[in-house]
Design a protein around this ligand. Structure first.
Ligand SMILES: Nc1nc2c(ncn2[C@@H]2O[C@H](COP(=O)(O)OP(=O)(O)OP(=O)(O)O)[C@@H](O)[C@H]2O)c(=O)[nH]1
Ligand SMILES: [Mg+2]
Length: 291
């Protein structure tokens, strides 16, 4: 099924490229993504659609609640969204500023997305991976939990801003609760909150508090499982099924589909770029937009 979809996606992409080659190119595919498309189909699925790759390990049809297709862009859409994340003279991707409170946050009208999660879960690393097509942008990561102390704002061209938040839990900044709660509650242009959970340890007590906060503020949020390169296939599948059940039964505002990522292997990064481009209104995928 996944392979068939992949082949048809690739077919579509190449058909589009040929068509575009005849006329004006609507977008130019990044070198990186062109290389991704040359991968054998199994490797391509693992890199671009890690959740679908896990599906192979389930008895077919046994988990109709496994939300694989809620956000289901074509490879062409994914290639297009890579260009949103590619730094060029006309698409400046840069660090804007840091803030310790909402009062100090840049006053912006464009859509914004933010990344929250426990200290050390991999927020800054994920942002760095999302910005791999803008290597000039410096995003600091550290082995030591509690490294990011302020809200760090990054501008992605004229498209949107992205915010790296300090982590909760171990070594969180003293005024963390006030800073982050006020931001989440009052930031007018905040379109989506990404809540990161470590795929090795799953949802922890502190994550539950963050989930409750997102629910209480009625924020639209999305759960991302990080560091999937560290978890064995079996463990990852178990976590995914458990968290999926939790999302389905215990949450209202959480997007039904989980996103799986690795900042080391880049698995899931292209799909997440596409989702962000879509929810910020910068990419209509196959004529639909996730609201
Ligand atoms: N293996 C692996 N390690 C990762 C991944 N993402 C992050 N790490 C490691 O996890 C540690 C913490 O990463 P950060 O990105 O700084 O985590 P953070 O959530 O920003 O942490 P704070 O700023 O302290 O809240 C670093 O040592 C990273 O190299 C991943 O996908 N795979
Ligand atoms: Mg950080």
């Amino acid at each position: 099924m996944a392979a068939r979809r992949l082949r048809s996606g690739l077919g579509q992409l190449f058909a589009t490229r040929t068509a575009l080659g005849r006329g004006r190119r609507a977008y130019s595919m990044s070198q990186a993504f062109a290389e991704v498309l040359r991968l054998p189909s199994k490797q391509l699925t693992k890199l671009v659609f890690p959740l679908q790759e896990l599906e192979r390990h389930l008895v077919p049809g046994s988990r109709p609640d496994f939300h694989l297709k809620t956000f289901d862009p074509s490879l062409e859409d994914i290639a297009k969204s890579d260009s949103v994340f590619t730094a060029t003279v006309r698409n400046r991707i840069e660090y804007l500023s840091s803030a310790v409170s909402l009062d100090h946050a840049p006053d912006l009208l464009c859509p914004e997305v933010c990344f929250i999660g426990r200290s050390n879960v991999g927020k800054s690393s994920l942002i760095k991976a999302l910005f791999s097509l803008a290597p000039e942008v410096e995003v600091r990561v550290s082995k030591k939990p509690g490294h990011t102390k302020k809200m760090n704002f990054f501008k992605v061209g004229k498209y949107f801003t992205l915010v790296d938040m300090p982590g909760y839990g171990y070594r969180a900044p003293e005024d963390f609760v006030k800073m982050v709660e006020t931001y989440l509650k009052e930031r007018k242009n905040l379109m989506r909150t990404f809540l990161l959970v470590d795929s090795v340890v799953g949802i922890q007590k502190m994550d539950n508090i963050a989930i409750e906060m997102c629910e209480e503020f009625a924020l639209p949020y999305v759960m991302i499982l990080t560091k999937i390169d560290k978890a064995s296939k079996g463990h990852l599948l178990k976590q995914v099924l458990e968290i999926q059940k939790f999302v389905d039964t215990k949450t209202q505002g959480c997007f039904p589909q989980l996103f799986l990522v690795s900042a080391v292997t880049y698995s899931g990064i292209h799909l997440l770029r596409c989702f962000i481009a879509n929810i910020t209104g910068n990419l209509k995928t196959n004529g639909f937009q996730v609201s």
